[in-house]
Design a protein around this ligand. Structure first.
Ligand SMILES: NC(=O)C1=CN([C@@H]2O[C@H](COP(=O)(O)OP(=O)(O)OC[C@H]3O[C@@H](n4cnc5c(N)ncnc54)[C@H](O)[C@@H]3O)[C@@H](O)[C@H]2O)C=CC1
Ligand SMILES: O=C(O)C(=O)Cc1ccc(O)cc1
Length: 307
């Protein structure tokens, strides 16, 4: 341990947007930490080494994790259980397992089943972009963004403190939450919004009376924002929806009831109902901005994401 860093060696499994960003951010904030990394895709391994996302990209999972004090899984959520199973018997007994997955209860159950005795401190940096892969990462991704930590019951508080200290060092604000509550909150704030974006962009491109060219040419603000979200990685989002099925379906049910109420207001020319609804939602946007969370992606709009 060194320079106040909470871990001596950190292994990152999955060297895409999130794994790569963690690697770059650790090198910037905690230069004494030794970083190893592994990715199942040999081409990604090569590109990750070229960008020096970690100090050493290894050819096998075993080589990346065997000396690690902390292993962070940064792969699609449904791949995490298999990786945990492959790590059994290789890890140091005291090594902490963490992850960056967008859904938490499913992932914790999968890791716990494969590694029942290993310290486990799941985390979710609520920061990202629609881009993926080893070229997409940048060191500033987590600055001023939330990282939600969801320790299972009985987790050693010192392990939680060490993982919190890491995320603080990367510039994040840390919140501790129960995994099931996290999954419900994120279903509302992230998962269902992504599903809505995937839906509306698909609907627009399927409209026979509107050409694809017109969809591109006349993409004004709202639709344009949806196309950014709907460009997000298909594998990652397939896994998010299937792993957080119950919360997503629950929120979708409420969403479709609320949509029906708005549909009804339009059908019956109920301007008061529409106005009251829009005034309420405008207030929510203003409170997000007052909290300093208006597009808080630190480098948003900058071409150079390397800093
Ligand atoms: N994209 C985003 O904005 C955010 C994503 N997350 C979560 O972070 C995790 C990683 O997402 P991204 O970095 O965006 O994805 P990504 O697609 O950029 O990178 C994932 C990497 O994992 C590798 N991989 C897949 N299966 C593997 C396996 N079995 N063993 C080793 N490597 C494997 C892939 O080759 C790929 O390079 C996901 O669980 C996602 O839910 C969390 C916050 C934001
Ligand atoms: O690109 C965006 O707007 C995002 O919402 C990024 C994102 C995607 C998945 C997460 O779990 C957290 C953040």
């Amino acid at each position: 341990m060194n320079d106040g860093a909470p871990f001596g060696t950190i292994a990152i499994v999955g060297l895409g947007l999130i794994g790569g960003s963690i690697g770059l951010a650790v090198q910037q904030a905690l230069p004494a930490v030794r970083l190893t990394g592994f990715d199942a895709d040999p081409d990604v391994r090569c590109r990750a080494q070229t960008r020096t996302l970690v100090h050493q990209v290894t050819g096998t999972l075993e080589l990346a994790i065997r000396d690690a004090d902390l292993v962070i899984l940064c792969v699609p959520v449904r791949a995490m259980g298999d990786i945990a199973a492959q790590m059994a018997g290789v890890l140091k007994p005291e090594a902490i397992i963490s992850d960056a997955g967008s859904s938490k209860a499913f992932v914790a159950d999968a890791i716990r089943a494969a590694l029942p005795h290993q310290p486990l401190v799941p985390a979710h940096p609520v920061a990202g972009t629609e881009r993926s892969g080893p070229e997409a990462g940048f060191a500033g991704l987590f600055r001023n963004r939330w990282c939600i930590i969801t320790p299972p019951d009985g987790t050693d508080p010192e392990h939680v403190s060490a993982v919190s200290a890491l995320w603080h060092a990367l510039g994040a604000r840390v919140e501790i939450m129960d995994a099931a509550h996290h999954d419900l909150v994120l279903a509302v704030t992230s998962h269902v919004p992504h599903l809505i974006a995937y839906t509306i962009v698909g609907t627009a491109s399927d409209l026979e009376e509107v050409t694809r060219n017109e969809v591109i040419t006349y993409s004004a603000g709202g639709f344009r924002d949806f196309t950014r979200i709907a460009a997000s990685d298909p594998t990652m989002w397939r896994d998010v929806f299937l792993s957080n099925k119950h919360a997503v379906l629950d929120i979708l049910q409420r969403f479709s009831e609320d949509l029906t109420a708005l549909q009804r207001a339009i059908r019956w020319d109920d301007g008061d109902a529409l106005h009251a609804h829009f005034a309420k939602t405008r207030g929510i946007r203003r409170s997000i901005i007052d909290e300093g969370q208006d597009d808080a992606r630190p480098d948003f709009g900058r071409a150079d994401h390397s800093a």
